[in-house]
Ligand binder design. Structure first.
Ligand code: DGL
Length: 259
């Protein structure tokens, strides 16, 4: 089926997921919405996050998407149940990778860096309870990090300093796994690696989301089998196209759109 996969996030963070998806599924066209003018979602009320998730979903449906990847932990943990109940197409979500971290940790202490919205969600708590009994989860809100990334400040000193402030208490507490529970944060890995020792494993969910997207496309017989290459990737932002370009490179078409 030659319709695109839709992907949305509060901004450029979900492009980390798009990279995994387009790498694993090179024949699939994609349409990506970067709702940067409403970032950060993580500081908004659940009602507002739901409203924005519905808005993004309807726009992707208008663009003919056959499946939607909610490439945002905050929107997934808050809105995916509603989206699945109200729209006919399949939705893939992303949640902090608590389960793999719980299986990997030796110190039985796992750090989770995520947004306020994700950490407050009942889905995050039920997942932690289900998969991490006997493991101490050290939660840290990453307030301010999404704003810095959306402003193109990934490598800035201010970003490094904020990360140092957030990660130091977890390091002192003896974590050996750090879960990145926000799709913006994989872009901070080079900065994070300057702060944490190499003995700490960084875990994010990007690859797992891509594998799940492939499995669901196959299950619903939605794969593009037209041999239509190369795949076509369109990115729409309601914030700064220049910043978006820095995250997706030349393989994609980027546009400003007021949505
Ligand atoms: N990238 C998002 C996430 O995975 C949203 C961050 C935000 O806008 O606060 O949670």
């Amino acid at each position: 089926m030659n319709s695109p996969i839709g992907i949305f996030d509060s901004g450029v963070g979900g492009t980390s997921i798009w990279k995994e998806i387009s790498g694993l599924l090179p024949d699939e066209d994609t349409v990506y919405l970067a709702d940067g003018s409403n970032a950060p979602y993580g500081e908004k009320s659940p009602e507002e996050i739901l409203r924005l998730s519905i808005k993004n979903t309807e726009l992707l449906l208008e663009k003919g998407c056959k499946l939607i990847v909610v490439a945002c932990n905050t929107a997934t943990t808050t809105a995916i149940d509603h989206l699945r109940a109200h729209y006919k197409i399949p939705f893939i979500g992303i949640e902090p990778a608590i389960k793999p971290a719980a299986l990997k940790t030796k110190t039985k202490k796992v750090g989770v860096l995520a947004t306020k919205g994700t950490l407050a969600s009942s889905l995050f708590h039920s997942t932690s309870k289900l998969h991490a009994s006997g493991i101490q989860i050290l939660e840290q809100e990453g307030t301010g990090l999404v704003d810095l990334i959306e402003s193109g400040e990934v490598n800035a000193k201010a970003t490094y300093e904020l990360l140092q402030k957030y990660l130091s208490p977890m390091l002192d507490d003896g974590i050996d796994c750090l879960v990145l529970g926000c799709t913006h944060y994989p872009y901070l890995i080079p900065q994070i690696q300057k702060i944490i020792p190499p003995t700490i494993t960084i875990i994010d969910s990007g690859e797992a989301v891509a594998r799940q997207t492939k499995a669901i496309l196959e299950q619903y017989q939605l794969c593009n089998t037209t041999g239509n290459k190369p795949a076509f990737h369109q990115f729409f932002t309601n914030r700064d196209v220049t910043v978006l370009n820095g995250f997706v490179g030349d393989q994609a078409q980027t546009f400003f759109m007021d949505f």
